[in-house]
Ligand binder design. Structure first.
Ligand SMILES: NC(=O)c1ccc[n+]([C@@H]2O[C@H](COP(=O)([O-])OP(=O)(O)OC[C@H]3O[C@@H](n4cnc5c(N)ncnc54)[C@H](OP(=O)(O)O)[C@@H]3O)[C@@H](O)[C@H]2O)c1
Length: 254
């Protein structure tokens, strides 16, 4: 995707990576619409950063996705980029199914069904644009597991393969698929993660992402340097070692 001149909808931009990317994309000369569930956050963004469009959306609710898509497309007919950012992460103890089943289901609904439904809601509109991009958001944990978060890791592995597969199917359209593969980044995704020494500072991560988008506009994956030890552990032949390091370095974080 081009670094500027796009109209970009980011469901999952009321905080964290989504909001930081929204700010950077706006600064780079794009029209940006931010989405999320928390209306207080959306109202604050609309008041303090009126350069952004805001749309309320709950990506676990098919009706909400359809309503938000209709609203965004009607208001921004030039929309040509959707970044499926919304996601949640939960710690689970698989010795005790009663303790994790409900949150595991929420993880799958948000992180897997959410992007599938979002893409379905926008694909026809995006295919009508001269050049458009769907950005999916996986994780280094799609490639090397953190023991504390099995359903999350699996949900992000699903996003990786979904991205690979729809890229093949949509190759005959104007839509390109770009997968963002973050390492651990200092956001509120998990309690305590904003202060984690193991996690990458948010501004450094987002600035490296913007450089990669600018210099590799046709990349299939946006991989900052800090994610490559996870992304390529299996190929590098040190998968077991990396699993050990990852799980001893930050037992609860990502
Ligand atoms: N931070 C990391 O270390 C890391 C690493 C790899 C991948 N990621 C991925 O990056 C993405 C952003 O996470 P983050 O780290 O920036 O965490 P975050 O600050 O918690 O942001 C999550 C965003 O997703 C939104 N969201 C969650 N559930 C939603 C729903 N049902 N409907 C609509 N929006 C929803 C939240 O907004 P509302 O609460 O307002 O709905 C929020 O804007 C996630 O997909 C995450 O898995 C993060």
């Amino acid at each position: 995707m081009n670094i500027s001149g796009n109209t970009i909808f980011i469901p999952g931009a009321t905080s964290g990576i989504g909001l930081a990317l929204a700010e950077q994309f706006h600064a780079a000369g794009n029209t940006v619409i931010v989405g999320g569930r928390r209306t207080d956050r959306l109202e604050k963004i609309a008041a303090e950063q009126p350069e952004f469009g805001t749309v309320q959306i709950d990506t676990t609710d098919p009706g909400s996705i359809t309503r938000a898509a209709d609203e965004v497309i009607a208001k921004y007919p030039d929309l040509n980029v959707v970044i499926a950012m919304a996601g949640i992460m939960k710690v689970e103890d698989w010795h005790h199914p009663g303790s994790f089943l409900e949150s595991a289901e929420a993880v799958v609904t948000t992180n897997v069904l959410g992007p599938i439904r979002l893409i379905a809601a926008f694909v026809e509109h995006l295919a009508e644009q001269p050049a458009s991009t769907i950005v999916t958001v996986s994780s280094g944990l799609a490639f090397t597991p953190l023991q504390a978060t099995p359903s999350y890791n699996a949900s992000k592995a699903a996003i990786h393969m979904l991205s690979e597969s729809i890229r093949l199917q949509l190759a005959d359209t104007s839509i390109r698929i770009m997968e963002l593969v973050p390492p651990s980044v200092r956001t509120a995704l998990l309690p305590g993660q904003e202060d984690s020494d193991f996690a990458m500072p948010l501004d450094e991560f987002v600035s490296e992402v913007m450089t990669l988008v600018r210099t590799q506009p046709d990349a299939h994956e946006i991989q900052v340097e800090g994610v490559k030890f996870l992304r390529y552990a299996e190929r590098n032949g040190n998968y077991g070692e990396v699993i050990e390091t990852l799980n001893s370095a930050d037992p609860h974080g990502n």
